[in-house]
Design a protein around this ligand. Structure first.
Ligand SMILES: Cc1ncc(C[n+]2csc(CCOP(=O)(O)OP(=O)(O)O)c2C)c(N)n1
Length: 585
C-alpha cells in the first residue's frame, strides 16, 4: 500500500517531508490550504506528492471549513494548511466552528523560525496561544526531533474520544531541519489522555432499569450519535422500546427523519411535539447531546418532571448544564449496543398517542403563496428533486432552520451545518470538502444572501477545481434571522439588516415592502464571472424549472430564489424562555 502512495522508506528526511509523509501514513487524501513564505517548504514537497490532492482555497477560513465538511461526511480527520500570522489567524473561525461541533480536523500552520519567535517578527502571531481555548489540543514544534511524534499525537487526539480540532504550528527552521533517523511512530501513548469508550456496565444496567420503570420516556439524541456511527443501535433501541425520538440540529440524520417515532428537533425552532414531550417526559435518554441553550431555553424550567440518563464520551459534558441522574461515560455505539441487550421491549401506549397528537399531520407548516416564492417551498422542492439522496450543507440563519425543518434527513452525515458556533460563511466551503469526499453524491449548500457573501470568493475554488457544489440562495434581501428578531422583539427597527444598495446609510428603514432600493450583488452575474452557471427564479412557477436546470449541470451551479422578504421561522421559543412558550406566527 505504502509503495502505491509513493512513500519512500528513507530514514533521512526534512521536516516538510515528514509532514507530508505523516499525512500519507494517516491516509489523508486531500488537504485544503493557502500558501505563504513560511510554508513554502511544505507546499514544495506537496508539489510532486502522489495520492494526496491539494485544494487551493481563496481564503484560509474556507480551507478550515472545507476540512471540517470533509470530516463531517466521512468521519475521517480533515486537514488544512496555512501560513503564519494572518494565514493562521484566518483559520480561527473555522477551528472554533469545528471545536463547538466536535469535528476532527488537524490544522497545520507555518510559523516564523524559532530564533525569532516572540520578537513580533514579520507575520508572527502566537497561534498556539490564540487557539488554546478553541482546540482540543495544540502543539508548537520547537525541534524537528519532536515533529513525528507530535504529528502522530495530533491525528490521534483529533479522532479519538470526543473528536475535535488540533493545531500543529511548525516554524520554518523545523520544516527545513533534517532528521537523520526518521520513522513515523506506529502508536502513541499520551499520559493523562485515555478516553473511556466502553460504558460502565453497572450504569448501563441502571439505565435499562430506569427505562423499564418510566411511563413517559423520550430519547434525545445529538451529534454524538453521528460521530460514533451509532445510528443503527439508536434505531434498534427506539424500535424495541417504541420510545419517541427527538434529535438536536446536530443529530439530524442520526435517526430517520421519516420514521414514525421521530418527532423533530427540540428547542428554539424545534417542533411543538419535541418541546412539549421534553416538558412532560419522566425520563430523558440523552445520547451524545449536550443540552445546548438553544435546546433547553430557560434551564431552570427545562424538563421539570424528568430523570435524566446522559450517555456521552466526554465526562466533562455530564451535568455541565443540566443535572444528570444516570451518567454513562463512553462511546454511544458501544453503550447503546450493550443497552439494547438489557432493555425490556415496550409497546406503544397512551404516551405515544399523546405525542402523535402533538405531532399532528405535519411537524412544520407555512402558508403557501401563488404570488411569491416561499423559502420553505424551495427546501421542500430540493428534498423532492433529490429524493433525499443528497448532502445538504447550510449557512446560518433562517436558511439553516428551514433546511432543518423542511428537508427530511434520513441518513447520518447528510446534514453539514454549523450548530454550535453558528458560523455564517460555513456552508459553501464545507460543501467543497463534502463534495471532494463524496464524488457522485449531490452536495447542495442552502444559503442566505447574507451568509453566502461571507465566503463568496470560494466560487473561484469550486469553479477552477470543478467541484460539483450546488448553491441554493434564498434571497430575502435581508439578514433574515436578525431581521426576524428585530421584527418580533425590537419594534421592527431594522437597524443594519437590509442588504440593499445605499441601505447601510438608511437610518430609518421603511421595511422590505416599501423599500425601492436596488439589490446588490447580482448573484447571477457574479457567479458567471467565476464561470459558474447560474439561474434565478423570481416567481413561484420558475422555482422547479430553475432547480432542475441547476441540478442537471454536472459541475458547480448557483441557483438564486428571490423569496418573500418578511417570512419568519416558526415555531419559535424566544431566547431564555421555557421551551413550551412557543410563538406560532
Ligand atoms: C459570522 C457571523 N456573523 C454574524 C452572525 C449573526 N447572524 C446570525 S443569522 C444572521 C443573518 C443571516 O442572514 P442571511 O445569511 O441572509 O440568512 P437568512 O437568515 O436571511 O436566511 C446573522 C447576521 C453569525 N451567525 N455569523
Amino acid at each position: 500500500m505504502l509503495e502505491e502512495r509513493n512513500v519512500e522508506v528513507i530514514l533521512k528526511k526534512k521536516g516538510a517531508e515528514i509532514v507530508v509523509d505523516a499525512l500519507l501514513q494517516e491516509k489523508v487524501d486531500v488537504i485544503f490550504g493557502y500558501p505563504g513564505g513560511v510554508v513554502i517548504p511544505i507546499f514544495d514537497v506537496l508539489y510532486d506528492t502522489k495520492g494526496l490532492e491539494v485544494v487551493l482555497t481563496r481564503h484560509e477560513q474556507a480551507a478550515a471549513h472545507a476540512a471540517d465538511g470533509y470530516a463531517r461526511v466521512t468521519g475521517k480527520v480533515g486537514v488544512c494548511l496555512a501560513t503564519s500570522g494572518p494565514g493562521a489567524t484566518n483559520l480561527v473561525t473555522g477551528i472554533a466552528t469545528a471545536y463547538l461541533d466536535s469535528i476532527p480536523i488537524v490544522a497545520i500552520t507555518g510559523q516564523v523560525a524559532t530564533p525569532i519567535l516572540g520578537t513580533d517578527a514579520f507575520q508572527e502571531a502566537d497561534i498556539v496561544g490564540i487557539t488554546r481555548p478553541i482546540t482540543k489540543h495544540n502543539f508548537l514544534v520547537k525541534d524537528v526531533q519532536e515533529l513525528p511524534s507530535m504529528l502522530k499525537q495530533a491525528f490521534h487526539i483529533a479522532r479519538t474520544g470526543r473528536p475535535g480540532p488540533v493545531l500543529i504550528d511548525i516554524p520554518k527552521d523545523v520544516s527545513l531541519g533534517v532528521l537523520s533517523n526518521y520513522e513515523y511512530p506506529k502508536d502513541v501513548a499520551i499520559r493523562s489522555y485515555k478516553p473511556n469508550v466502553v460504558g460502565h456496565v453497572r450504569q448501563i444496567r441502571k439505565a435499562a432499569e430506569a427505562i423499564k420503570s418510566a411511563k413517559e420516556p423520550l430519547i434525545y439524541a445529538g451529534g454524538g450519535v453521528i460521530l460514533s456511527d451509532a445510528h443503527k443501535e439508536l434505531l434498534e433501541l427506539a424500535e424495541k422500546t417504541s420510545i419517541p425520538v427527538t434529535t438536536t440540529l446536530m443529530g439530524l440524520g442520526g435517526f430517520p427523519g421519516d420514521h414514525p417515532l421521530f418527532i423533530g428537533m427540540p428547542g428554539m425552532h424545534g417542533s411543538k411535539a419535541a418541546n412539549y414531550a421534553l416538558q412532560q417526559t419522566d425520563l430523558i435518554i440523552s445520547v451524545g447531546a449536550r443540552f445546548d441553550d438553544r435546546v433547553t431555553g430557560m434551564v431552570d424550567k427545562f424538563a421539570p418532571n424528568a430523570r435524566i440518563i446522559h450517555m456521552d464520551i466526554d465526562p466533562a459534558a455530564i451535568s455541565k448544564i443540566i443535572k444528570v441522574d444516570i451518567p454513562v461515560v463512553g462511546d454511544a455505539k458501544n453503550i447503546l449496543a450493550a443497552l439494547n441487550k438489557l432493555v425490556a421491549a415496550r409497546k406503544p401506549d397512551e404516551w405515544n398517542k399523546q405525542i402523535e397528537k402533538w405531532k399532528g399531520k405535519r411537524m412544520f407548516s407555512y402558508t403557501s403563496s401563488k404570488a411569491e416564492i416561499k423559502p420553505q417551498a424551495v427546501i421542500e422542492a430540493v428534498y423532492k428533486e433529490t429524493k433525499g439522496n443528497a448532502i445538504i450543507t447550510t449557512e446560518v440563519g433562517q436558511n439553516q432552520m428551514w433546511a432543518a425543518q423542511f428537508y427530511k434527513f434520513n441518513k447520518p452525515r447528510t446534514l453539514v451545518t454549523s450548530g454550535g458556533l453558528g458560523t455564517m460563511g460555513f456552508g459553501m466551503p464545507a460543501a467543497m470538502g463534502a463534495a471532494m469526499a463524496n464524488p457522485g453524491v449531490p452536495v447542495i449548500d442552502i444559503a442566505g444572501d447574507g451568509s453566502i457573501q461571507m465566503n463568496i470568493q470560494e466560487l473561484a475554488t469550486i469553479s477552477l477545481n470543478d467541484i460539483p457544489v450546488k448553491i441554493v440562495i434564498l434571497n430575502n434581501g435581508y439578514l433574515g434571522m436578525v431581521r426576524q428578531w428585530q421584527e418580533l422583539f425590537f419594534d421592527k427597527r431594522y437597524s443594519s439588516t437590509c442588504l440593499r444598495k445605499g441601505s447601510g446609510r438608511c437610518k430609518k428603514c421603511v421595511g422590505p415592502q416599501k423599500c425601492k432600493l436596488a439589490y446588490i450583488p447580482d448573484f447571477i452575474a457574479l457567479a458567471e464571472s467565476y464561470d459558474v452557471p447560474a439561474f434565478r427564479a423570481e416567481k413561484p412557477e420558475e422555482m422547479i424549472p430553475v432547480l432542475r436546470k441547476g441540478m442537471k449541470i454536472k459541475g458547480p451551479a448557483l441557483m438564486e430564489f428571490v423569496v418573500s422578504e418578511e417570512e419568519n421561522v416558526f415555531p419559535m421559543v424566544p431566547a431564555g424562555k421555557p421551551i413550551d412558550h412557543i410563538l406560532e406566527g
